[in-house]
Design a protein around this ligand. Sequence first.
Ligand SMILES: [Cu+2]
Length: 160
Amino acid sequence: MRLTQLSILLGATLLGAQALAHDFTVGDIHVNHPWSRALPPVAPTGAAYLVLENKGDRTDRLIGAASTIAGRVELHQHIHQDGLMKMQQIDSVEIAPGAQVEFKPGGHHLMLFGLQQPLVEGSSYPMTLSFEHAGEVEVEVMVTGEPAPASPNHDAHSHH
Ligand SMILES: [Cu+2]
């Protein structure tokens, strides 16, 4: 490999790592790497994922979320029911002291309804998270082009 190619590769890797490592703090709550998967422009709904960490010594809860690019945002989880994976709206997500709660595809997620702008790869959008104790924080959600997995979960989203 020539040196120029190597440095281009390295540069791209560093840029990628930098884009991925973004995090936010409100009170005792640490919000790490909020992201969404890029979707076709016609998609009416999307999902956001992140990691919540409680650095304090009392239990906190994520109790809501909102975004200027969506009509509304709901907290969702996936449950197994009758051998199927289904999505279910939940009121809050508990974060115990010292705990890390990961929102990820197939698990907890923030569901965006009524998207007013497409989730384009490389873009980002603001989302406000509300915690019972820590209060509100605005985070920037990165949209990545990671391909959607061919899983039943994805179908479940379109049946909302
Ligand atoms: Cu959902």
